[in-house]
Design a protein around this ligand. Structure first.
Ligand code: PLP
Length: 286
């Protein structure tokens, strides 16, 4: 495949990054993953806006505008079109290489900008029989207090994901000290009760997911379901009729089991089917 590194397009095998890069030494960087199907990106602009916001919060200036980034991703996708129909772009900007490994931001450091393309499964489809059936466990959210930044420092998320994986689950749903839902290790979470759809409000405790953003916009524009962004307790999650995970690769995915308990009747729900149908129909509009 062809990758982008610091202004150049080159074969992946020829890309070289210094071991003194602060992305490697400190996890000092921001990343994004943008999916595309048949050459069309989903949520390209909001993904790039989130990245630019993260870079600004870390005082990293990659010297690229939103339009520059759009051009970079579109160009990189075109150069890798032969890899398949369903491709995601992974983007990472780190603070750059620093021979001293000092904690303070070094002056005059050049950020490292890297992007590569990888193949992803076909877009999820709204079909109960073919739907993924997620089993999750719950845990106290032990990550840091800047979870809204899509930082490459993912150890907290990796440990929580592994916590579920070690118990045979495919995600770990997290609760803050007040006992309220934050998100999962690599997804946002929605719950449904009596036809009302709810998800936690944006805060420093969760990533502002682009799938979450697009889904909320679609629901408000194209459905009549009541939608709430509000605090959701552990008891509410456990008593929900439906629970969904959202992420760029999963879109809207039904959770059928939490810990040792079924969600609803243990099957993907009717509202999930309706909502994934709407998502599939309108996801390119945002
Ligand atoms: N929450 C976390 C911690 C994530 O890593 C991700 C990314 O996949 C998400 C939520 C979902 O975000 P998005 O919908 O932008 O993929």
């Amino acid at each position: 495949s062809i990758v982008f590194l610091n202004g150049d397009y080159l074969p992946a095998a020829e890309a070289r990054i210094s071991p003194m890069d602060r992305g490697f030494l400190f996890g000092d960087g921001i990343y994004e993953v943008v999916p595309s199907y048949q050459g069309r990106f989903v949520g390209l602009t909001p993904h790039l806006q989130r990245m630019l916001s993260g870079l600004e919060q870390l005082s990293i200036d990659a010297g690229l505008s939103l339009a520059d980034w759009q051009q970079l991703l579109t160009g990189l996708l075109a150069k890798n079109q032969s890899m398949g129909e369903n491709l995601a772009v992974y983007l990472q900007v780190s603070r750059g290489a620093d021979s001293k490994r000092g904690h303070a931001f070094p002056a005059n450091i050049k950020p490292t900008v890297f992007a590569f393309v990888f193949e992803i499964p076909p877009a999820p489809i709204a079909d109960k029989a073919k739907a993924p059936r997620y089993r999750v466990v719950t845990a106290d959210d032990l990550r840091w207090q800047r979870c809204h930044i899509k930082s490459t420092s993912l150890l907290g998320n990796v440990l929580h994901y592994q916590q579920g994986y070690a118990q045979g689950a495919q995600e770990t749903v997290l609760f803050n000290r007040e006992g309220n839902l934050t998100e999962a290790a690599s997804c946002n979470v929605f719950v449904v009760k009596d036809g009302v759809i709810a998800t936690p409000p944006l805060s420093t405790e969760l990533l502002p997911g682009i799938t979450r953003l697009i889904l909320l916009a679609i629901l408000r524009k194209y459905s009549s379901y009541p939608v709430e962004e509000r605090a959701i307790s552990r008891a509410e999650v456990l008593a929900a009729d439906e629970v969904w995970l959202t992420s760029s690769s999963k879109e809207v995915a039904p959770v059928v089991q939490i810990n040792d308990q079924w969600v609803g009747d243990g099957e993907p729900g009717d509202i999930w089917l309706d909502v994934q149908t709407l998502f599939s129909a309108h996801k390119y509009e945002f």
